[in-house]
Design a protein around this ligand. Sequence first.
Ligand SMILES: *[C@@H]1O[C@H](CO)[C@@H](O)[C@H](O)[C@H]1NC(C)=O
Ligand SMILES: *[C@@H]1O[C@H](CO)[C@@H](O)[C@H](O)[C@H]1NC(C)=O
Ligand SMILES: *[C@@H]1O[C@H](CO)[C@@H](O)[C@H](O)[C@H]1NC(C)=O
Ligand SMILES: *[C@@H]1O[C@H](CO)[C@@H](O)[C@H](O)[C@H]1NC(C)=O
Ligand SMILES: *[C@@H]1O[C@H](CO)[C@@H](O)[C@H](O)[C@H]1NC(C)=O
Ligand SMILES: *[C@@H]1O[C@H](CO)[C@@H](O)[C@H](O)[C@H]1NC(C)=O
Ligand SMILES: *[C@@H]1O[C@H](CO)[C@@H](O)[C@H](O)[C@H]1NC(C)=O
Ligand SMILES: *[C@@H]1O[C@H](CO)[C@@H](O)[C@H](O)[C@H]1NC(C)=O
Ligand SMILES: *[C@@H]1O[C@H](CO)[C@@H](O)[C@H](O)[C@H]1NC(C)=O
Ligand SMILES: *[C@@H]1O[C@H](CO)[C@@H](O)[C@H](O)[C@H]1NC(C)=O
Length: 489
Amino acid sequence: MHWMFGTMRLGFLLVIFTSLSNAIDPFVGINIANNDSSLPSPELVVGILRTYHITHVRLFDTNARLLNALSDTGVEVMIGVTNDEVSDIGKSPSFAASWINTHVAAFKPATNITAIAVGSEFLSSVPNAAAATVLVPAMENLYNALVASNLNDQVKVSTPLSMDMIPKPFPPSTATFNASLNSTIHGILDFLKSSDSFYMLNAFPYDTYVQSNGVYPIQYALFEPHPVAKQIVDPNTLFHYESMLDAMVDATYYSIFAYNSSVIPIIVTETGWPWSGEANESDATVSNADTFNNNLIQRVLSGSGPPSQPTILLNSYVYQLFDDGEKPNYGVFFRNGSSVYDLDLGGPTGNLSGGFCVARKGADAASLQGGLNWACGPGQANCTAIQSGQPCYLPNTVQNHASYAYNDYYQRKRRVGGTCDFGGTAVITNVNPSYGSCIYTGSSNSSAGGVSPPPSGPAGPTGSASPPRRVHKTGYMMLAMVLTWWLYV
Ligand SMILES: *[C@@H]1O[C@H](CO)[C@@H](O)[C@H](O)[C@H]1NC(C)=O
Ligand SMILES: *[C@@H]1O[C@H](CO)[C@@H](O)[C@H](O)[C@H]1NC(C)=O
Ligand SMILES: *[C@@H]1O[C@H](CO)[C@@H](O)[C@H](O)[C@H]1NC(C)=O
Ligand SMILES: *[C@@H]1O[C@H](CO)[C@@H](O)[C@H](O)[C@H]1NC(C)=O
Ligand SMILES: *[C@@H]1O[C@H](CO)[C@@H](O)[C@H](O)[C@H]1NC(C)=O
Ligand SMILES: *[C@@H]1O[C@H](CO)[C@@H](O)[C@H](O)[C@H]1NC(C)=O
Ligand SMILES: *[C@@H]1O[C@H](CO)[C@@H](O)[C@H](O)[C@H]1NC(C)=O
Ligand SMILES: *[C@@H]1O[C@H](CO)[C@@H](O)[C@H](O)[C@H]1NC(C)=O
Ligand SMILES: *[C@@H]1O[C@H](CO)[C@@H](O)[C@H](O)[C@H]1NC(C)=O
Ligand SMILES: *[C@@H]1O[C@H](CO)[C@@H](O)[C@H](O)[C@H]1NC(C)=O
């Protein structure tokens, strides 16, 4: 498989690691739908993540091929309990324990699973009474199984909820959850609080914008400056909302407070904009999707939270990596790996920096030997270091030699289209494979010419490198707009 890195603009989703509930660094991750027929090879998926510096992904299930491909990549992974599984897990602690063993413990620590999303908008999909009896028990059973496996500090459990839970989200200060879900929501919030987890919110400004029939200016949904006459202000707090996503997240914070809970950090598990749609969806365009996602990135990386919680980051997962049948036309990439629209984070890229290319664990020896021969021959890798007596000769295994050769090839050739593939026997890793005096090309100690510096890792200069978001403040309070909104919702 061959795909052209060079045709894509670089810099989408420059993302940095962060602790989940006490986030210090902002990140934008991406959703990957659980639909095998819409997924290209896991290797291509990981290649895209590496190229675009995407370090957080959410899977909707526990696709083992993807989880394996994500091992040793440094990517933080949120996995999903499907709605069909919630009931069994809620009813049986032992089922939950075996779920954790099979889908979490078996992949840790190589695959950095850090969160489990229990269901996908489960409370919107399943009748309230049925949901109430299984959802919170399922979260508790999974949590207890994590405790038993000593993984509860590394893996958080939560459940993605849609904005449907909040019937009147504006003004944010008066928002509250649908009272008919009272006891279930209480159970969820108590669980999140006591397990030091976070609230997972799915929030699509596109949907609200479309349903509002022109009440909201599209710029407000797209994080763009909008006309002074249409500023959005909460009449109680006088907070000025520059983007609809900010207002949605604040509505959720206020709803949590209305339930007498102290603050629980919110992570936006899904947001996005469709790049195409039906004839009546004239705002589902490539241009608007481009604007939404790029402005979202700028907004998140600005490092501030929504008006009511300015110190809690707006960390978000874009919906989604590839198009899928469920909610069509939200894919950021085609299945051949090229992006649907240019994305520009304004980050410090231009180099395909990041990562070493090494032999995949478990790849068969004959294929590795073939890849090694190719890299050192037609691929023009410098294989001196793996010759007898040279620093990388030992351990004298095809795995070790292939890793060195693959990486040398990749560091030299990636900017002209060379990929880390080798018939599926190669994988990109963030971990510097150098050892002793065996220095891999691309590491900071390597003297090989023409290679970019190694990935600077978690603490990349994200904030400083991107221009500050356009700030659009005005002293005007447009209560007429506020009231229209209020009447509408
Ligand atoms: C996994 O991610 C967490 C949170 O960013 C980080 O603290 C931890 O070091 C990572 N673990 C591995 C094995 O990479
Ligand atoms: C509240 O939730 C109930 C049960 O799910 C639903 O029937 C009702 O329509 C919701 N109310 C509002 C205002 O959304
Ligand atoms: C919601 O439930 C909590 C406890 O479960 C109770 O204290 C509270 O009064 C209930 N509120 C409403 C509005 O039903
Ligand atoms: C919050 O606490 C107040 C006072 O105890 C109570 O009246 C109200 O029902 C609680 N709200 C919810 C949603 O539990
Ligand atoms: C477009 O039309 C279809 C059916 O005609 C309808 O279901 C859908 O809600 C419409 N979408 C918008 C954005 O109006
Ligand atoms: C899976 O993806 C294929 C190709 O995009 C699509 O035709 C199909 O409807 C999707 N299936 C589901 C269940 O979303
Ligand atoms: C990738 O697929 C898209 C959509 O099918 C197509 O428009 C594009 O030209 C393809 N790009 C490459 C590099 O093949
Ligand atoms: C790649 O990075 C190096 C070192 O940081 C820099 O000098 C060079 O200009 C970058 N290349 C591009 C194409 O931006
Ligand atoms: C190949 O690598 C060796 C060190 O392993 C170095 O001494 C030599 O100069 C390199 N050759 C070329 C052509 O770059
Ligand atoms: C790289 O160089 C630094 C400083 O000289 C040294 O501390 C480090 O161990 C070297 N790394 C490797 C992999 O040799």
